[in-house]
Design a protein. Structure first.
Length: 293
């Protein structure tokens, strides 16, 4: 609860008033570990405030900026299990609501319904995380419009059951704007969210994240990785590198590898070789040579 203790007192009261106290062992493993270190304190406090008021939260930011870890931290602070929807062009009603299947009961065949993440989250009053929501086909998402507005209700298209969310239900979604395969969110959907813009972690916050979550322990090497991240972010902003190059997730992978293999090789494996263009790979390795020579 270290992160909880660092929050302002009014925000701690909001969490206490809305914290899940019901112990459901069936979904306890879906309460996430958390650990997100916000570059600005108000990012976390604003998201907590919005969820406490029953509003949906949309996390917007570049790939690898920590949006999923942010959502997991909210799950941890509220002690709420969190069901996940990973959006893609293949997302359909079954992926959201569940599906029918054949089963046996008392030696006879029956048709059973296996609930999906939206159904489970609503019926159990838990959090629902919709990752890369702008990767889904525009015709799929209107199905959950009623889930995202004040009604908190949906008709299951497979069973005709009308589902109204239990108390505690909350929605957090994430988008990577401008990423390959994404589409702009329509206004009807966007207006159902409070938007939190997530920048890359840098400086002191990034160093703290590396120290707390990676296997790397050498202080000087950690400082070099923090500087490398700053240089990569600047190169992305200048259009010299793809957004993937500045991913904090990839940087942590490189730090982990650097605990066992030389940092230059770790950076090649975790960052440079993920890029599509040879010139970008060479650019990253040139920066690496300068810092880690």
């Amino acid at each position: 609860m270290t992160q909880y203790n660092q929050l302002p007192e009014p925000i701690r009261h909001l969490i206490d008033d809305n914290r899940n106290t019901y112990q459901n062992n069936e979904f306890s493993d879906l309460i996430r570990e958390g650990g997100y270190v916000p570059p600005e304190e108000n990012l976390l406090t604003d998201a907590i405030t919005a969820l406490s008021m029953g509003k949906n939260v949309l996390l917007k930011g570049p790939t690898g900026s920590g949006k999923t870890r942010f959502a997991e931290t909210l799950s941890n602070l509220f002690n709420q299990p969190m069901f996940n929807v990973n959006c893609s062009v293949d997302l359909d009603a079954e992926s959201l609501m569940g599906f029918k299947t054949l089963d046996y009961e008392d030696n006879r065949q029956i048709i059973d319904f296996v609930p999906g993440p939206v159904t489970n989250a609503m019926k159990n009053g838990t959090f629902l995380y919709i990752d890369e929501i702008n990767m889904a086909k525009p015709e799929t998402l209107p199905l959950i419009n009623g889930v995202l507005d004040y009604r908190r209700t949906i008709t299951n298209p497979f069973t005709e059951e009308i589902i109204t969310a239990k108390d505690g239900f909350g929605v957090v979604a994430a988008i990577n704007e401008g990423y390959v395969g994404t589409v702009p969110l329509n206004e009807a959907l966007k207006n159902r969210f409070v938007v939190i813009d997530i920048p890359y972690l840098q400086g002191k916050q990034l160093k703290e994240l590396i120290q707390n979550t990676s296997r790397l322990e050498d202080g000087r090497t950690i400082d070099l990785f923090v500087q490398l991240s700053e240089d990569l972010i600047q190169a992305v902003a200048q259009g010299k590198l793809a957004e993937d190059a500045a991913s904090v997730r990839a940087l942590i992978d490189a730090c982990d590898l650097s605990a066992m293999i030389p940092p230059k090789r770790a950076i090649r494996r975790a960052i440079a070789d993920k890029l599509d263009e040879d010139r970008e790979k060479e650019f990253v390795m040139t920066m690496t040579e300068t810092l880690f020579s």
